[in-house]
Design a protein around this ligand. Sequence first.
Ligand SMILES: [Zn+2]
Length: 378
Amino acid sequence: MKSLLIIIDGLGDELIPALDYKSPFEYALHKNMDKLAANGIRGDISICEKDFAPESLKCILRLLGVHPRDFPTNRAYLELLAQHRDITEQEMVLRCNLVSVDREGKLLSFNGEGLTLKQMKEVALLIAQGSKNIECVHLSGYRNLLITDKNSEFMEKMAVKPPHESVGENIEGLLFNLKNNSLVLKDFLIQAREKMRKLEKNGVHYELYPWGASVRTVMPAFSQIHCGMLGATICSAEIVKGIADSLKMERPKLIGATGETDTDLQEKATVTLQMLQTHDFVMTHFNGSDEAAHRKNYTEKADFIARIDKEFLAEVLTNITVTTRVFICGDHGTSSLTGKHLVTPVPFIAGTVAGFESIRPIKTYQDIWGFLYERGNK
Ligand SMILES: [Zn+2]
């Protein structure tokens, strides 16, 4: 018996008037998911319950069976691990978005809207040069990390609101505490803004937005949590790569994966099937659905869900030869109307491929663990 967990990031959503009052998932055609559900079960479930805010890091760790006491404070440290980098106990690492701001200081976008990927990379490399006390690591697009000395007092005081939840607010107010508690960061941000001056256009300028500080965290290995089960993860989003690396799960290199809706679904299907041959458990993660919802593009989200069904799931389900439990779900919801994460339950489908068994009801995240990790007849 093997297990496959398919996470469609931010799958839950609101009912969209323009989609006949359906969610993007309900609106999308997904006959392969329906086929799996016909011999299995489907429903809605809350992964974060009331324990924590709906966000990928904690929801995915929970799906993987990690105890909350082992959760890292924030995602930045895991994203750094995914770059094959580490920090010491004396350092901290922060997420750092490239954001656009208007003349009045209002945050216009959390993602460097108006710039190309190339421009964002070039400017991040320029900012990284010549900075003494802060190291800037470019991830992709608008995403960067900053490494600097840890200051515990400062970490408590500097909780900055995530930029994707702050669009429309004044950036000075949003970063006031952070700048007030760290001269080093304040100077760094002033210099960064200066280096981005040439990108200014039609009253829109660009700034860096550090948030989500995290420190070095060691989590138990996936095989240690699940009695020696061998696990692999197929993903492209930095945070999920970091989760896989931190839990010492195999993470095969993908060529066409983008972490977006244009990701190579065929490649993900091929590699998922390969990993299922050699591992007890495989997690395949799709990030584009969450990104589309953050952009409030419900049609793009629905189309991506339909493509996952047609180009990925059809291929995987028809080529699995060993009895495999398949669980498809969102980690959390993301509203395509507001662009924000949702606390409401997310859709799931559970079924068995290449074999039949009756599935116990799935009402809580512990039931998901039972389905994926308890092995009566391995
Ligand atoms: Zn998100």
